[in-house]
Design a protein. Structure first.
Length: 371
């Protein structure tokens, strides 16, 4: 009889000693993760395994199998949050896994509050970014509390030296995360978050030269939505953006960047007698009035663009004509609110366009008849 090879011996041993579920762990015996379960797994290997999970069920199982080690490691918590954010894109069954998401977040949030003392700027920024990107459809799934967001922001901005050395991208992501996780009312009620955004604003000013157009727009939009975009930073943002309009040597603004930046500047300066950013708005209007410049704008972005100019009280004939022509070309793709916003913006600026007015009226009548 031929002797068994080493490979056959290992296979026979695996059959004889099937992986057992650790005591007190709510994981199905059929879980494939049990085959590679190791009780004393190092932190680096744990983070590596977490980063490989692309399905919500597998992520939940590995968190439960290594719960104590995961919740005791700041980087592992960041890895879990990042994979949650990615699973909602990759896993087609993510929307039906509300119970698993709820189970993970209920374990993570208290651990995050406990681990704050041992975290740094890099880890806390990942925590905030991943949590801000989660779209929780279930009302039972816990959202991060205002108090916890404030504490994490305070920890992230605690060191002036690290904040001054922070990359422009991380600064804009911190501001964006705060605006997504906190409503204006929640932000106003959190002194820690208010102080943290003030530090981010001060650290961003000297670095605007190194921000990408998306970073400039995200920073302006985030601070304006929370009501903390001060006049000096707004002026610096406008001046830096003005230098880049039409400069082919640098990365250009996308439609999303234009609408975000202009909308933020217009809303932050609302109510002033003289709009301070007229030069930037005039340069943008001139650039977007060129043939084909608005081709890449979505209907919602056209509505936001016209609304920004209406808020600023700036009427530019060439841009308004271009917006009207593009709206007529894409009118079938407009939502009712977007058409209403374009129409009200033209009225506020006292711009007459009979063709657009008739088309908007016909679209409203058609939508009303369909109800």
């Amino acid at each position: 009889m031929q002797a068994m090879t080493s490979k056959a011996k290992r296979k026979a041993l695996r059959k004889k000693f099937r992986p057992m579920v650790p005591e007190g762990v709510d994981v199905a015996p059929s879980s494939p993760l049990l085959r590679h379960y190791r009780k004393n797994l190092t932190g680096g290997r744990l983070v590596y395994r977490l980063a490989k999970r692309q399905k919500m069920a597998d992520l939940r199982d590995i968190v439960l199998l290594y719960e104590k080690r995961t919740l005791g490691c700041s980087i592992a918590i960041a890895a879990v949050l990042t994979q949650l954010y990615r699973c909602q894109k990759w896993d087609p069954n993510f929307s039906s896994q509300a119970v698993a998401v709820d189970d993970i977040l209920k374990r993570l949030f208290p651990a995050m509050a406990t681990r704050l003392t041992w975290t740094n700027l890099r880890v806390t920024s990942v925590w905030l970014w991943a949590a801000a990107g989660l779209k929780l459809s279930s009302g039972d799934t816990p959202a991060m509390s205002t108090d916890l967001v404030g504490k994490i922001l305070a920890r992230a901005t605690q060191s002036k030296r690290l904040l001054s050395e922070c990359s422009p991208r991380r600064l804009s992501l911190l501001a964006w995360s705060a605006s997504k996780l906190l409503s204006p009312a929640q932000f106003s009620a959190s002194p820690a978050a208010t102080e943290a955004l003030s530090r981010i604003s001060k650290a961003s000013g000297p670095k605007l030269l190194h921000f990408t157009p998306q970073g400039l727009a995200n920073l302006a939009t985030s601070l304006a939505s929370l009501g903390v975009l001060d006049a000096s930073l707004a002026a610096s943002l406008a001046a830096e953006s003005s230098k880049r309009i039409g400069d082919l040597a640098v990365r250009q603004f996308t439609p999303r960047d234009y609408t975000g930046l202009l909308g933020a500047l217009a809303s932050s300066e609302r109510g002033q007698e003289e709009f301070p950013h007229r030069e930037l708005f005039a340069e943008v209007a001139g650039a977007l009035s060129l043939p084909g410049a608005l081709d890449g704008f979505w209907p919602q972005q056209l509505a936001s663009l016209s609304h920004a100019y209406a808020q600023a009280g700036m009427r530019h004939g060439g841009l308004m004509s271009a917006i009207a022509a593009e709206t007529l070309a894409k009118i079938g793709k407009f939502h009712g609110w977007a058409l209403e916003q374009v129409s009200s913006s033209f009225e506020a600026l006292e711009v007459e366009n009979s063709e657009l007015k008739e088309a908007v009226g016909a679209a409203k009548a058609k939508a009303k008849a369909a109800v």
